[in-house]
Design a protein around this ligand. Structure first.
Ligand code: PLP
Length: 425
């Protein structure tokens, strides 16, 4: 075992890791573009953008430069009672890039907090408007919105959150079917505060994709019943689906939009929740206690905002959404042949996201059928792949070259074949 892994085991507790059985940790010493350089001298392609965050590639000079310049100018200041250029400029830029109808930006630190802010703002919006009975959130089977309590409550509890169920507020969780949504909205007329959805692609569920028409129908139902539409674009935002935002693929306008991950190009923790003017206005009052009492120490951290601004410039200059779409198409055209394999259920693509779903008696993140895929991923060392249960997927950064995309596709072919052999053993 590498000395660093050994020291790590003495002192670190890793996310989503069963330390009793998952003992292998790969020490990384540096990263450039799509490549991670490991301590043993080997290299590995980051085909999942380090948990869907690294957007343009590792160590992009424009982002590093923005980080360093801002750190030397204004490193941090509280955002209550103060403001600064990077935060204001980033808010202006985000509102220009986002679907129209959004007017104010609330900053936080990560995807979960962006969702918490959205849920709290939606809930209090109805309170401030005197519609106290609107206390329910509608959400979807398979949904994942983060690991804090509010985000857990609107996520599918199975398998991550089952232990916490008695601590969470009740929600209306539905399959992604228009008839199911319509009938629940009718049954709970005037009781629903908002609907929260990962538009176009449910990431943690296994890159499950739905058509833009579903979002349009959902938006229409929200309009009909005066329900707020909350879009969680923490994963899908900033070009991942081939559009700057997934909502734009469906030409719909959310009332609240949550973003994080790729906002800073994926190199610093920063998140934002964009809301309509009416929502912001509902908190205005002569009474101090009517304000939105929410904040984090690092809300609108200037370095994070400066890096995010540089990332947004790249997004526009390099047409990141189109680049990602091209990479996705290349991967898909190679991987779709896997559908001939009787054990493969489906190969699907949305923008730069490509997924191969294996047939399985049990689906989901902890599916037994996923064990062989996981083992096969570990066996090949060239490409970083982490299956979601019985779904193998890739979502590489926009700098990924054609040759690198070929290597990712080849590794995925290999993993599928190896996993079938492992299952036979
Ligand atoms: C759709 C979605 N929302 C929220 C989150 C939570 O983001 P974070 O891990 O930054 O808290 C994630 C994380 O994967 C996500 O995919």
């Amino acid at each position: 075992m590498h000395a660093l892994s050994h020291r790590d085991q003495q002192v670190c507790w890793h996310p989503y890791t069963q330390h009793q059985t998952d003992r292998i940790l790969l020490p990384v010493v540096s990263a450039q573009q799509a490549t991670l350089n490991l301590a043993d001298g080997s290299q590995c392609l980051d085909a999942i953008s380090s948990w869907w965050a690294v957007l343009h590639g590792h160590a992009r000079p424009e982002l590093v430069e923005a980080l360093s310049t801002q750190a030397q100018t204004l490193d941090h200041v509280l955002f209550a009672g103060f403001t600064h250029e990077p935060a204001v400029q980033l808010a202006e830029t985000l509102l220009q890039l986002a679907p129209s109808g959004l007017n104010k930006v609330f900053y936080s630190d990560n995807g979960s907090t962006a969702v918490e802010v959205g849920l709290k703002a939606a809930y209090q919006y109805w309170l401030r408007r005197g519609e106290k009975q609107r206390q329910l959130f509608l959400c979807f089977d398979g949904g994942y919105h983060g690991d804090t309590f509010g985000a857990m409550a609107v996520g599918d509890p199975d398998p991550f959150f089952l232990d916490f169920q008695s601590l969470m507020f009740p929600t209306l969780r539905l399959p992604m079917r228009v008839d199911a949504v319509a009938s629940v909205m009718e049954r709970h007329e005037n009781q629903i505060a908002g609907v929260l959805i990962e538009p176009l692609v449910q990431g943690a569920a296994g890159m499950c994709m739905h058509p833009p028409e579903f979002l349009q129908q959902l938006r229409a139902l929200c309009n009909q019943h005066r329900i707020l539409f909350l879009a969680d674009e923490v994963m899908t935002g900033f070009g991942r689906t081939g559009h700057t935002f997934a909502c734009q693929a469906a030409q719909i306008q959310p009332d609240i939009l949550c973003v994080a991950k790729g906002l800073t190009g994926g190199i610093l923790p920063l998140a934002a929740t964009l809301v309509r003017e009416e929502i912001y206005q509902a908190f205005l009052s002569e009474e101090r206690n009517q304000a939105f009492f929410h904040g984090h120490t690092f809300t609108a951290n200037p370095i994070g905002c400066a890096v995010a601004l540089a990332s947004m410039k790249l997004l526009q200059k390099e047409q990141t959404a189109k680049r990602l779409e091209r990479i996705g198409q290349q991967l898909f055209s190679s991987l779709r042949k896997l559908e001939d394999c009787p054990q493969v259920k489906e190969v699907r693509q949305c923008g730069g996201i490509v997924a191969v779903e294996m047939k399985a008696a049990d689906a989901g993140y902890l599916a037994q059928s996923g064990a062989a895929l996981r083992q096969a991923c570990r066996q090949q060392k060239e490409v970083l792949l982490r299956p979601l249960g019985n779904v193998l997927y890739a979502m590489p950064p926009s700098c990924t070259t054609k040759e690198e995309a070929n290597r990712i596709a080849a590794a995925m072919h290999q993993v599928v074949q190896d996993s079938l052999l492992l299952q036979q053993d």
